[in-house]
Ligand binder design. Sequence first.
Ligand SMILES: [Zn+2]
Length: 82
Amino acid sequence: MLREHPPCPKCGSRKVAQIVYGLINVTDEFKKFLDRGDVLLGGCCVDSDSPSWHCHQCQHDWGNWADDEQEPPSWDRKENLI
Ligand SMILES: [Zn+2]
């Protein structure tokens, strides 16, 4: 359900989190990703220059959420909300 994480362009680390924006329905499954650091909550406001990836190793943020928009994470879909 998660896209494959790219390595950090700065330090090459694979300890990278996908940053998700919007109001997320935090399911048990989603919590697991959060706990593992696979995803990061970016808040509900997203700008056109908001990064889509974060490196835990060197704290570098990169990518562009607007460019990645065509493939939203499945938990961000309305049908998951009750
Ligand atoms: Zn890095």
